[in-house]
Design a protein around this ligand. Structure first.
Ligand code: ATP
Length: 349
């Protein structure tokens, strides 16, 4: 049995099932992300774990204890909200100390624990500042220190990085994950950012319309998405419709290589391939010819959109230090059959 378990968790708002029959077992020390588009029910799930929203049905257990009916303070879960919710009139140290005061921890121990928590998030030097004197990233770290100082059995993070700019956000992903690994706190994070979920989590829970669609380690989720929705939501995926023929997908008279599904010859099929699994060759030297429509330089990589008889295809190449093909160039696209999958039009991938 998991350390934290959700069993048949459901929350209705009138006719709307914000969360529907969610089952999840989280191991001690695990970092889990709840990932999905706006309105998929991830925040409601987190709020039910936090005790801020009462489930319509289902059960939540923590370390074997049923906490479904317990008050929000249940066993002292640590919560970091998107807004950080720091007290503006208190210093950094006072903000972090607050939860310990509420728990009637004696002053000497409070001081030691606040110092430890601030050291953990590298804010010892800013203990006497007020929130308004801090940058966004520093405020975010105060919020994390405040949640961790009470030594919670579970840390709940609600879009904790969404107020930060792109660069800081990426830095904080690694930092927050590092802190979590050092402290070993079981953590559940809500995010709609797939790269954040992939880079930080032990396992990612993908939700859509209140339901869990897939739970997997980031790499497995990326390589084996269970549905077309997940394949496009987690990373990019080219989906090329055609017909299953001779062990490949035929599009515009060409049979394109891929691994097959259980399909009958002549059945409608979709070939799914990630942009980074495709390479650019001279015209005629690949499995499909096309013309580069647009080219984007992304620093570590180039991204191309290529007009082909099979439709517009996205191709991603690592930046090898020299300029690759340009807009309007005629190219061949190449890939191995092992890097593409065929499925029924409404099936996986
Ligand atoms: P976001 O990323 O936009 O926060 P989310 O995945 O966290 O979305 P939830 O906030 O959990 O989604 O909402 C799930 C569904 O439940 C939505 O359709 C939402 O409109 C509905 N919902 C959430 N809270 C309430 C409420 N208090 N009253 C009525 N409907 C609600």
């Amino acid at each position: 049995m998991g350390f934290l378990t959700l069993e048949g968790l459901t929350r209705l708002y009138g006719d709307v099932a914000a969360v529907s029959d969610v089952h999840l077992s989280v191991a001690k020390g695990e970092f889990i992300s709840l990932l999905g588009p706006s309105g998929c029910g991830k925040t409601t799930t987190l709020q039910m774990i936090a005790g801020l929203v009462q489930p319509t049905s289902g059960r939540i257990t923590l370390d074997g204890r049923d906490i479904t009916q317990e008050k929000p303070d249940r066993g002292g879960l640590g919560i970091v909200f998107q807004s950080y919710a720091l007290f503006p009139h208190m210093t950094v140290a006072q903000n972090v100390s607050f939860g310990l005061e509420m728990r009637k921890v004696i002053r000497a121990e409070r001081e030691t624990r606040v110092k430890q928590a601030l050291a953990l998030v590298q804010l010892s030097a800013l203990a006497d500042r007020y929130p308004r004197q801090l940058s966004g990233g520093q405020r975010q770290r105060v919020a994390v220190a405040r949640a961790l100082v009470i030594d919670p059995p579970v840390l709940l993070l609600d879009e904790p990085l969404s107020n930060l700019d792109a660069k800081l956000r990426e830095e904080m992903q690694f930092e927050l994950r590092g802190i979590q690994q050092r402290v070993g706190t079981t953590t559940i994070m809500v995010t709609h950012d797939q790269s954040e979920a992939l880079s930080m989590s032990d396992r990612v829970v993908v939700m859509e319309k209140g339901r869990i669609m897939q739970v997997d380690a980031p790499y497995r989720l990326y390589e084996n998405p269970a549905t077309p929705f997940i394949s496009s939501f987690v990373g990019k995926m080219n989906r090329l419709p055609g017909v299953w023929r001779h062990g490949g997908v035929e599009i515009s008279g060409r049979v394109l290589p891929c691994e097959g599904a259980d399909l009958a010859d002549g059945a409608a099929a979709v070939l799914a391939i990630r942009p980074e699994k495709i390479s650019l060759r001279p015209r005629g030297a690949g499995v499909l010819d096309g013309q580069i429509k647009a080219r984007f330089f992304l620093g570590g990589s180039w991204y191309f959109t290529v007009e082909t008889p099979a439709g517009l295809i996205g191709v991603s190449l690592p930046n090898a230090g020299e300029e690759p093909a340009r807009e309007a160039d005629q190219v061949g696209l190449d890939w191995s059959s092992a890097s593409a999958r065929a499925s029924k039009p409404d099936g996986a991938h």
